[in-house]
Design a protein around this ligand. Structure first.
Ligand code: IFM
Length: 441
């Protein structure tokens, strides 16, 4: 049912797994700074140790091979490569990623490299971060360093991971780094992220030889009732989450609902900047976890809507409903709105409280069920002709789940917090068999 050259992967990101964030001359990131502020992260957790992948990368690549992955999605910590975010390059940081990529290639695992998974160098934040009009140029310079260094061995590039999350939890709600609650700045942050994506793609088209896209978090929105207010709220939330970034990129303009949502805080963006953003990436990465059930609520500003937890539906420990049909709907909806752009599912997975290790097995049956039903949902979109090229489980490891710290566990592989020992959960064994059966079909 899956095409023969379909990629079977798992995904991670730098700050969530590496640990040793300041090693070998690396510059601190906004997440390092944020996690060390009291009260920001559950249980006071930080990424100082994380999964220890910075030290154990070779062992981790061996685990990926044991799992039978044909692809691995990881991100580069900008501050390891450019400690101040711009200017001098730190060779030791670059070498860490070169070694990782070489090891993946030796094992026949296709690297998918994300340039930005939320860990802006703190030095750039101090200059204004994503609010600064030069931020797209900073990003393009950083992208150029990486493209020149490793494009010969990296066939799949992602500019930004989930620019919506950088924008909203990071700059509007203040629950992610850099922890700002600045409604007036929020639209510009999003706009600069889009310009940064476009600038990196321009560099890539000049220097790179493979494919570049971006990864967005998408979730279909459903009104909680048939009332006109709830329906309008679901529609606004769809524009706010699903179309904010993809419409300007693929259609050339922002959804008009954003001006209604932000009112006077929505600037008139110049036509030449919108034209620069408008451009078809080589692929879109879809990060799918759940659907949104939406209720109108005027106290929730600026959206006038809030997400509610469904009654009597299975949910993960993040409180996200398990809703596989939404994945099929998302993939078909993308094709309907934007045309048959190549797609990868760059993240899909679930946090659960896993059973303890018993007789050598961590029986995470709920995660197996989640993955199986979502793969079936992906197959349904493929059967209807969607150009889906790969699937990446989030996540390879239990890791630092941002503001939730280590309490939320998405991994196929458990990490012992005391000694970093890695243990395959049942879902890892299941995924290995699934991949094998697909490859041998
Ligand atoms: O852990 C995150 C990841 O960094 C980005 N996408 C969602 C995941 C689960 O919340």
């Amino acid at each position: 049912m899956f095409p023969a050259n379909f990629l079977w992967g798992a995904a991670t990101s730098a700050y969530q797994i590496e640990g040793d964030p300041l090693a070998a001359g690396a510059g601190a990131s906004i997440w390092h700074q944020f996690a060390h502020q009291p009260g920001r992260i559950a249980n006071g957790d930080t990424g100082d140790v994380a999964c220890g992948h910075y030290r154990r990368w070779a062992e981790d690549v061996a685990l990926m091979a044991e799992l039978g992955l044909t692809a691995y999605r990881f991100s580069v910590a900008w501050g390891r490569v450019m400690p101040n975010g711009s200017g001098a390059v730190n060779q030791a940081g670059l070498d860490f990623y070169r070694r990782l990529i070489d090891a993946l290639c030796e094992r026949g695992i296709t690297p998918m490299l994300t340039l930005y998974h939320w860990d802006l160098p703190q030095a750039l934040q101090e200059r204004g971060g994503w609010q600064h009009p030069d931020s797209p140029a900073w990003f393009a310079d950083y992208a150029e360093v990486l493209i020149r260094a490793v494009d010969d061995r990296v066939p799949l590039w992602i500019t930004l991971n989930e620019p919506w999350v950088v924008t909203v939890p990071g700059h509007l709600e203040g629950i992610h780094a850099p922890g700002l609650q600045n409604r007036a700045a929020t639209p510009r942050v999003a706009h600069h992220l889009l310009l940064a994506h476009a600038a990196a793609v321009t560099v890539y088209r000049a220097l790179g030889r493979h494919q570049i896209g971006l990864a967005v978090n998408l979730e279909p929105q459903f009104p909680v009732s048939a009332s006109a207010a709830d329906q309008a709220a679901a529609h606004r939330r769809d524009a706010f989450i699903n179309r904010w970034f993809l419409d300007p990129l693929l259609l050339g303009s922002y959804p008009p609902e954003l001006r209604e949502i932000f009112g006077a805080d929505w600037p008139d963006f110049p036509a030449n900047e919108l034209a620069r953003i408008h451009g078809i990436p080589d692929f879109i990465g879809v990060n799918y976890y759940s659907r949104g059930l939406v209720q109108a609520d005027t106290t929730e500003q600026p959206l006038g809507a809030r997400r509610v937890k469904p009654q009597d539906a299975p949910c993960t420990t993040m409180g996200w409903e398990v809703y596989p049909a939404g994945l099929t709907e998302t993939l078909l909806g993308l094709r309907e709105r934007y045309g048959n752009v190549p797609l990868y599912i760059t993240e899909n997975g679930a946090a659960f409280i896993d059973a303890d290790l018993q007789a050598g097995v961590i029986n995470d049956a709920a995660r197996v069920n989640y993955l199986e039903t979502h793969l079936r949902a992906a197959q349904m979109a493929l059967a209807q002709g969607v150009d889906l090229r790969g699937y990446f489980v989030w996540s390879l490891f239990d890791n630092f789940e941002w503001a939730e710290g280590y309490a939320q566990r998405f991994g196929l592989i458990q990490i012992d917090p005391l000694n970093g020992r890695r243990t395959f959960k049942r879902s890892a064994h299941w995924y290995r068999e699934f991949i094998q059966s697909e490859i041998n079909r």
